[in-house]
Design a protein around this ligand. Structure first.
Ligand code: CP3
Length: 354
């Protein structure tokens, strides 16, 4: 797998090429994506292997990126557990049958991932036919806590009130939901590996909504159990995104992930130094501000360079944005960011690095 720059960097090997891809690289900023979306709704798009594969490949046709991430959503598995997922215009995701009691938890199904979610695997297999050998196919899932937060709230939330109620009033039910999600997520990720995923990413976007103590006692054990179980059966790399907070790095001792995805709010040099001081043996991914794509070209290039400089001090570095690209991203800015990465590499090669 070391002919793939992304996999090599994830494991901490120095690569002459800095691997690069973008969170939400397929999506609403691309006119060709909007073209597909005019015809189908988002959940339908996720369920169609042909269409999901088509939009996954769209950014690879435009840009010289090192990876594709399968087009889906972290809430898709909830649809196989007994909830209905909708994305109404202008709203975020909404899930029916919220989980707020032991009885609600008992009603959830442990899906047969092949039968109920096999379309994600089919999309992965199809997408690989359109990729170059050096490009990496990334599969993904939400981390148990972040998925649980949507299952409990029934939508996005600013205060996470229902999550907190369940945590404080029915901690056993809260933990039971995390345990169930951890088991389902292991099956779901291994199904993606079997279909051809060569790297896995776990999104824990809302991890920072819990106290550090609750992160340590509930959130971390659930996600690390997933990573451990997957790694006991597969030797590829795992990327973990612990949400927006550097504070959580203090709770990550023993994490089995190979890469930590760093949010754009963090100073990359500080994140890299902290990871080293804490003895976390991981590479880093990130962390350009996705909205730096709106900056004038010279500023965008400088910001890309600052991230790259910081990345040279890490065990390994995968260049990316520090959260998903936004719908108003100018597609040409993405090409400029990639070009700056390639210039940086070329200069370093001349100086005898890498
Ligand atoms: O290209 C990729 O990065 C892969 C596809 C992907 C999507 N969602 C597609 C999507 C991935 C990896 C996700 C993960 C995801 N989904 C997360 C974790 C990462 C993060 O952003 O923090 C979360 C929290 C979700 C839940 C979710 N899905 C929300 C809150 C929303 C609404 C916000 C928005 O941007 O519209 C979605 C919808 C969604 N997921 C879209 C896409 C392309 C937009 C759908 C559309 O209208 O076309």
């Amino acid at each position: 797998m070391n002919n793939k720059p992304l996999v090599a960097a994830a494991f901490g090997y120095k690569t002459p090429r800095v691997p690069i891809w973008f969170l939400r690289q397929a999506g609403r900023y691309l006119p060709e994506y909007m073209e597909v979306r005019r015809k189908v709704d988002f959940v339908e798009l996720c369920r169609s292997p042909e269409l999901a594969s088509e939009v996954t490949l769209q950014p690879l046709r435009r840009y010289d990126v090192d990876a594709a991430i399968i087009f889906s959503d972290i809430l898709i598995p909830c649809t196989a557990m007994g909830q209905t997922l909708t994305f109404d215009k202008g709203h975020g995701p909404e899930l029916s049958n919220t989980v707020r009691s032991a009885a609600d938890l008992a009603r959830l199904k442990h899906p047969d991932v092949q039968k109920d979610l096999g379309y994600v695997g089919d999309a992965i297999a199809l997408t690989k036919q359109g990729m170059k050998p050096a490009q990496t196919m990334i599969g993904f899932a939400g981390a148990p806590f972040t998925v649980a937060s949507y299952m409990i709230e029934g939508s996005g939330s600013k205060t996470f009130t229902e999550v907190k109620k369940l945590r404080y009033l029915e901690p056993q039910t809260f933990k039971g939901l995390l345990d169930l999600l951890a088991d389902v997520t292991v099956d779901y990720l291994l199904m993606q590996v079997q279909a051809g995923a060569e790297c896995l990413m776990l999104f824990d976007t809302w991890a920072n909504q819990m106290t550090s103590a609750d992160y340590r006692d509930f959130v971390f054990p659930a996600v690390n159990k997933v990573i451990e179980a997957v790694k006991s059966r597969w030797d590829g790399p795992v990327i973990y995104y612990p949400g927006q907070s550097l504070e959580l790095l203090f709770e990550l001792s023993g994490i089995r992930a190979d890469v930590l995805a760093i949010d754009w709010r963090a100073r990359m040099p500080r994140a890299v130094a902290l990871i080293e001081n804490l003895g976390l043996n991981v590479s880093v991914q990130g962390n350009l501000d996705p909205q730096a794509m709106l900056a004038p070209e010279s500023l965008l290039r400088q910001m890309v360079r600052d991230v790259l400089e910081a990345g040279t001090k890490a065990r390994g570095h995968i260049f990316n944005v520090g959260h998903g690209l936004q719908p108003h991203t100018p597609p040409d800015s993405v090409a400029i960011a990639i070009d700056e990465v390639r210039r940086f590499e070329a200069e370093r090669a001349k100086q005898g690095h890498g």
